[in-house]
Design a protein around this ligand. Structure first.
Ligand code: S3P
Length: 430
């Protein structure tokens, strides 16, 4: 599908973004490991978390969907998954394939995981190595680099592992495998990545000790507690509207009930440094996470910043939209230490450099990031999403401030995390 987006006069109103993707994946996977019925409200009904839901069903878990779209997971304990009678298709979802590999590393049966063209090019050695160190037998295509993965698990032992990169997916895979291992496991990250796994496992009764960037986990002696969760809304989806309201003239937008976990909100910190007008209100706790409403008004003048080091994992998914904001900031914004962005749903460094250049931006590709000099008048252009949901949404926001008309090719990939994106954008546009 092609999407045509024209310059907007203003963005005004209130929106409720979709449920958090990371928490949706974890809720359905972790509930499947509990003993008893878990209830999941406000699940993200988008392609990625559905890959996780379907995978757990293939592993024999009874998952019901009620008329009001709540999910009931009737699980029968940590050791009750069944060998799947088919290959598990993880679609476009890195979170599904990596977290599931952690769970399957602990199962005494054979499973085969694959995915779409993009997922089959994403690096898997980062999970294969630690999981095989624990005693799993995992093989991947091209000397263990890529999916499909073949996993024969069981008989794991705990390890102490220093992760070479900060990654919540890798950390979670190891912590999940550790539930099935003999002895404690500890995992250390170079920088702190999102911690939804730690929070949810703790709430299920798992013993986890967190010391700076090290997490020590003890395999549970008792069944894991089922839970009742209402998933908060996704900051990474909200980020596109936050940026839109900052950049489009005469805007005022309220974004409701957003998860404000501090391992996710680096983009807010950076925007505030750049001079954005953002207020948070109605702060509360939901599902063990801080949640609030975000009010954003047009920024009068944005200034360039340097973004690098430990903040990078806290805004990793916001890189494409941060690039768009940087085109409107006075001076040169530098984003570094972000090489892993080349291994996301697309090479996001290359994708944003090429597509924003087509719109007239002054953007230079670095090995591990970009340099963007602004402010710069963007022009409507024919741009490509690389079938990457976050590239399509970032370019849509760029289109709102570009002269004339922008055509985004393969724009329907927003279905991965945010099926209602274009509709919500239209409701705000004046
Ligand atoms: C995610 C972790 C991040 C992020 C992805 C979701 C998760 O990936 O980019 O969109 O839910 O754990 P990495 O762990 O590869 O950095």
């Amino acid at each position: 599908m092609e999407k045509v987006i024209r310059k907007a006069k203003a963005l005004k109103g209130q929106i409720t973004p979709p449920a958090d993707k990371s928490i949706s994946h974890r809720a359905v996977m972790f509930a499947s490991l509990a003993e008893g019925a878990s209830r999941i409200k406000n699940f993200l009904w988008a392609k990625d978390p559905l890959s996780s839901l379907n995978a757990m069903r293939l592993l024999g878990v009874d998952i019901q969907i009620t008329e009001t779209k709540e999910i009931i997971v009737n699980a029968t304990g940590l050791h009750s998954l069944k060998e799947p009678d088919n290959v598990i298709d993880c679609g476009n979802s890195g979170t599904t394939i990596r977290l599931l590999s952690g769970i399957l590393a602990g199962q005494p049966f054979l499973s085969i995981l694959t995915g779409d063209e993009s997922l089959r090019q994403r690096p898997m050695r980062r999970i294969i190595e630690p999981l095989n160190l624990m005693g799993a037998h995992i093989l991947g295509r091209d000397s263990n680099k890529f999916p499909p993965l073949v996993i024969k698990g069981g008989c794991l032992k705990g390890i102490n592992y220093n992760m070479p990169i900060a990654s919540a997916q890798v950390k979670s895979a190891i912590l999940l495998a550790a539930l099935f291992a003999e002895g404690e496991t500890s995992v250390t990250e170079p920088h702190k990545s999102r911690d939804h796994t730690e929070k949810m496992l703790k709430s299920m009764g798992v013993k986890l000790e967190i010391n700076n960037n090290t997490i020590k986990i003890t395999p549970p002696k008792y069944p894991l507690n089922p839970f009742d969760i209402t998933i908060p809304n996704d900051f990474s989806s909200a980020a596109f509207f936050i940026a839109g309201a900052c950049l489009v003239a005469d805007s005022e937008v309220v974004i409701k009930n957003v998860c404000l976990n501090e391992t996710r909100t680096g983009f807010l910190e950076v925007l505030k440094l750049m001079g954005a007008k953002i207020e948070i209100f109605n702060l509360k706790q939901q599902a063990g996470e801080p949640v609030g409403d975000i009010l954003v008004k047009t920024a009068s003048a944005l200034k360039a910043v340097t973004v690098q080091g430990e903040i990078i994992p806290k805004l990793i998914d916001e890189f494409p939209i941060l690039c768009v904001v940087a085109t409107q900031a006075e001076g040169t914004t530098v984003i570094r230490d972000a090489k892993d962005l080349r291994a996301k749903e697309s090479d996001r460094i290359r994708a944003m450099t090429i597509e924003l250049s087509k719109m007239g931006a002054d953007i230079k590709e670095l090995d591990d990031g970009v340099e963007i000099t602004g402010p710069c008048k963007l022009m409507g252009a024919q741009v490509y999403s690389y079938k990457d949901h976050r590239i399509a949404m970032a370019l849509s926001i760029a289109a709102l401030i570009a002269e004339g008309e922008t055509v985004i090719k393969d724009a329907d990939c927003v279905d991965i995390s945010f099926p209602e994106f274009y509709h919500l954008l239209e409701t705000l546009q004046r």
